[in-house]
Design a protein around this ligand. Structure first.
Ligand code: HEM
Length: 207
């Protein structure tokens, strides 16, 4: 399975080298930019322009948000923004060449999966731009948080894009996104009840 050889090394890399990634984040962006460009313009399918590596970064970003408190979550959280940026750069090397090719061939509206991929990519653009600290600092926390709620919509669209391709990995995508949804619901409920408990304790202290 292609994702095993991408996701696990990427988790290990962020676990042990999160400080290095943060320190040299722009070098990482530069290298991935070159990879996306070089393999994006190469004709035919290859490991990079098929989108697998980009999606692997997004999968790690998604699951970091729903992990329970642990050293793994702490370390992965350190590079969540960087991994999202790298994921976007790599996915550009998949989405843009496909987009230009399909435009040229007049095949944009041939399959729903393509339209969903395009919508997803468009949503990614503002999320990508505002992931850079220099831009993020110019926004209020509320504005940033409000915009980044669209991340969840993009997760749903990634799933649909991958699911509708209907290949041998379809079941894997179903299990992966179902697991994410369950963990997300648990995380939201946990946060809700912890908040409620805190409020109750505060009230008790005031009495
Ligand atoms: C302009 C936007 C996009 C277009 C036109 C597009 C187009 C396509 C097409 C036509 C395929 C099928 C390739 C094949 O079976 O030979 C595909 C596969 C794929 N796309 Fe996209 N895509 C776009 C955006 C995205 C985005 C935003 C993501 C993820 C964040 C993504 C991830 C993938 C992956 C991982 C595959 C391979 C899935 C598999 O074979 O299991 N794509 N895309």
């Amino acid at each position: 399975m292609i994702y095993v050889i991408t996701i696990f090394p990427l988790i290990l890399y962020s676990f042990f080298f999160h400080k290095f990634i943060r320190k040299y984040e722009f070098i990482h962006y530069g290298i991935t930019g070159v990879i996306a460009l070089v393999f994006g313009v190469v004709e035919g399918h290859n490991f990079f322009n098929e989108g697998f590596l980009g999606v692997s970064f997004f999968i790690i970003v998604m699951f970091t948000g729903v992990l329970t408190k642990s050293k793994l979550k702490r370390n992965l959280n350190q590079v969540r923004a960087q991994y999202a940026i790298i994921g976007f750069i790599l996915i550009s090397g998949h989405a843009l060449p496909y987009l230009f090719y399909l435009l040229e061939e007049g095949m944009i509206f041939v399959h729903l999966t393509i339209i969903i991929g395009i919508i997803c990519y468009v949503i990614f653009v503002p999320l990508f731009i505002t992931s850079f600290m220099i831009i993020r600092r110019r926004m209020t926390f509320k504005q940033w948080k409000g915009l980044h709620k669209f991340t969840y919509l993009s997760y749903g669209l990634i799933f649909l894009h991958l699911f509708l391709i209907n290949n041998s990995r379809q079941m894997f995508y179903v299990v992966l996104f179902a697991l994410y949804t369950v963990l997300k619901v648990i995380a939201v409920l946990d946060k809700h009840y912890t908040k409620k408990k805190l409020k109750l304790n505060q009230k008790k202290m005031e009495c």
